[in-house]
Design a protein around this ligand. Sequence first.
Ligand code: GLP
Length: 261
Amino acid sequence: MEIIICPDAEEVGRVAAAKVARVCAGSEAPVLGLATGSSPLAIYADLQRMVAEGRLDLSRATAFALDEYVGLDPSHPESYRSVIHRTVTEPLSLDPARVHVPEGSAQDLEAAAADYDRAIREAGGVDVQILGIGSNGHIGFNEPTSSFASRTRIKTLTARTRADNQRFFDSLDQVPTHCLTQGLGTIMEADHVVLVAQGSAKAPAVAASVEGPVSSMWPASVLQHHQRATVVVDEAAAAGLRLADYYREVYAGKPEWQRFA
Ligand code: GLP
């Protein structure tokens, strides 16, 4: 894994966006993997700037979101369909017909999940997957004990995830209990993975996932097996990393073209 420690959350967005843009620039019609949550918003803001300045062309990009709540109307402002539209599709001027979100309101959720996994494969796979991390180490909505071989499927959200996400709803009972999420096996097939984390609440999950044993109790630890995984964190989220100084030294010693900032 490549670990990049940035002085602040803004720099996390800038470095991660530069990495995503570099992968996209290598393809005429890139396939982006999108995450919701607060963590990647700075990436999207930076990508928006690059698109506006003509430094990045995403007009032919396809995108696949990681997950969606089950039982929330797609028009609900906190459905991930709405969130992705508001925070990514519109600002980055993506073609809405090419932005995909799992169908959490499908009659047949298992079929919708299987169709989604197939659609990713048929698009040629994800070139670069953007990831946040839950305080319990989840990526997408792959909660602790998720199978490393899992594909897009229905999951039950843990009490901790529902509590963490309550801030987007008026009360805890409005937070859905289930979701559709790309599996860890699905995510691992992306060519590049860029995980971002900011703030001290993420420090234990970052430390366990980067330096702990690979364990389904910390789902993001599966990324230790990914060939091209970059983890970009601010100082607060890096607080639990034992080899922090080593990561700083490695990054500082890279030639300019291998750095993203
Ligand atoms: C959410 C999403 C994840 C996200 C994580 C962290 O529930 N399903 O994709 O990475 O939790 O969210 P945040 O970035 O808001 O802390």
